[in-house]
Design a protein around this ligand. Structure first.
Ligand code: ADP
Length: 459
């Protein structure tokens, strides 16, 4: 089968779908292929937080912030290894991207919060659960413009097509019914996501963590780095592949984020198997994960109270009620900290002391671990605990792009007709990505990629 289009997109997660809508808004005919039976990728199963400096919501909550502060925290939070020019594009366009999503019908809650490892309260939360709000918003648009935007699922791109001038003109793929050729007049946008679910590839590039072979992942199983490998084959520059992000928040059985009982950074603490705190719970993700790896059995308990779950049917960020998690044995509930400690097998005296010290810090006492993000005390029953372990979450390395999302080759030259956006790209976040910056990244750069490919094409 052969398809002719203007802008072709590989991958139907947040970046690819944003690119599809944006390319169409900029006048192009679009074809998108997704290898899985369902679109959405890691985006649809993510915690959904989106960082942006927001003149409306943050000021209503009395939160001071600035684009410069978002820049500094992103750049320094990645050990200054990210490309400052790309970080600038990200932080300056994050809020306009929220407004763009809203213009497409997407709804965010009024309350801005601090997601794990975000370092600051600028994380936005969609009204719809997990990442479904993003995907539904794009699919509504796509379904309204079916004549011009084609989405093919269970079609896996295999190889980029390059003409005699070195410009990318399409790709070869494999679908349910055999081989497919896609010809794209304006070029191809790679939006295939990261390689967190590709254990071999993780092991090949990992130099910054102890061996990751047996660590599970939050990722969907299609996150295998295909786009990086396809681009590398035609000499694209691949950068910072060692920068793999782990979270201290994996489900002990599956590695997924589901079952996570934290509702934001301010109102929970972590304790180890002895019931002692061990880290600033508002710190960078890599810092918290390294600290967790040093604890007995690399496991910890997240402790929250009624402030996080005013009622038993209050849901976590993954749309699970706390009652259902307790019922399934994935969380524990008690009227006293002593009872909670007994249920989870930690020393009651230690847990009580840890909470007392934390509560004193909420009142302004100096925190033992240097924590600065606080809101409520942990002082109201019922108390809850949930077990968590390290898990592979995001791969910060990948295809090198320009601020316009054009792919750069190994000599620093632009590859005509080739664009990339989202987790498949490398070098934006550096050594550590702030929580809440991924969805800002994939949608911002996806939107730019669609516009660049539609308007400039392979010029
Ligand atoms: P991002 O957040 O960057 O958009 P996601 O993980 O959300 O990344 O989405 C990437 C999507 O690309 C996933 O749905 C994945 O299944 C898809 N994908 C990965 N490799 C291929 C491929 N070779 N052909 C088609 N789709 C692919």
């Amino acid at each position: 089968q052969e398809f002719d289009t203007e802008v072709a997109i590989i991958g139907g997660g947040g970046a690819g779908l944003a690119a599809a809508v944006s390319a169409h808004q900029n006048g192009a005919k679009v074809l998108l292929v997704e290898k899985m039976p369902n679109i959405g990728g890691n985006t649809i199963i993510s915690g959904s937080a989106f960082n942006a400096v927001d003149p409306k919501r943050q000021s209503a909550q009395g939160i001071e912030d600035s684009v410069e502060k978002h820049f500094q925290q992103t750049y320094e939070g990645g050990d200054k290894k990210g490309d400052p020019e790309l970080v600038r594009v990200l932080v300056e366009n994050a809020y306009p991207t929220i407004e763009w999503l809203e213009s497409l019908g997407m709804k965010f809650t009024d309350k801005v919060f601090t997601v794990l490892g975000a370092l600051w309260p600028r994380s936005h939360k969609p009204v719809e659960p997990l990442g479904t709000g993003y995907v539904n918003t794009f699919m509504n648009y796509i379904n309204e413009h079916k004549d011009d935007i084609t989405v093919l699922t269970e079609v896996e791109a295999k190889e980029l097509l390059v003409n005699a001038d070195g410009a990318v003109t399409g790709f070869l793929a494999e679908g349910k019914n055999g081989k497919i050729t896609v010809n794209a007049k304006n070029g191809v946008i790679i939006a295939t996501g990261g390689f967190g679910a590709n254990v071999e590839m993780r092991d090949q590039y990992n130099t910054i963590w102890p061996k990751l072979t047996n660590i599970k992942t939050t990722n969907h199983r299609g996150a295998t780095g295909d786009g990086i490998l396809m681009a590398e084959k035609i000499n694209a520059s691949i950068v910072q592949m060692e920068n793999i992000q782990l979270l201290p928040m994996g489900d002990p059985e599956t590695g997924s984020l589901s079952g996570n009982i934290e509702q934001g950074v301010e109102n929970r603490i972590f304790v180890n198997a002895e019931g002692n705190r061990f880290v600033d719970e508002g710190a960078r993700r890599d810092v918290m994960t390294r600290a967790l790896m040093e604890q007995a059995d690399s496991m910890m308990w997240v402790i929250v109270d009624q402030h996080s779950y005013p009622t038993g049917d209050t849901v976590n960020n993954f749309n699970e009620t706390i009652d259902s998690l307790v019922k399934e044995g994935r969380a524990y509930k008690a009227d006293t900290l002593e009872d909670l400690a007994k249920q989870i097998g930690v020393e009651p005296e230690n847990l009580v002391k840890a909470v007392e010290a934390f509560n004193a810090s909420v009142d302004g006492a100096k925190d033992e671990f240097g924590r600065t993000l606080f809101m409520d005390k942990l002082d109201t029953a019922p108390f809850y605990a949930g077990k968590r372990v390290p898990t592979v979450h995001h791969t910060m390395g990948g295809i090198k792009i320009t601020p316009e999302t054009r792919v750069v080759d190994q000599n620093g030259e632009i590859i005509k007709g080739l664009f990339a956006a989202g987790e498949v790209t490398g070098g934006i976040h550096g050594a550590n990505r702030l929580g809440g910056n991924a969805l800002a990244d994939v949608h911002t750069f996806g939107r730019i990629a669609g516009a660049t490919a539609a308007t400039e094409g392979n010029e």
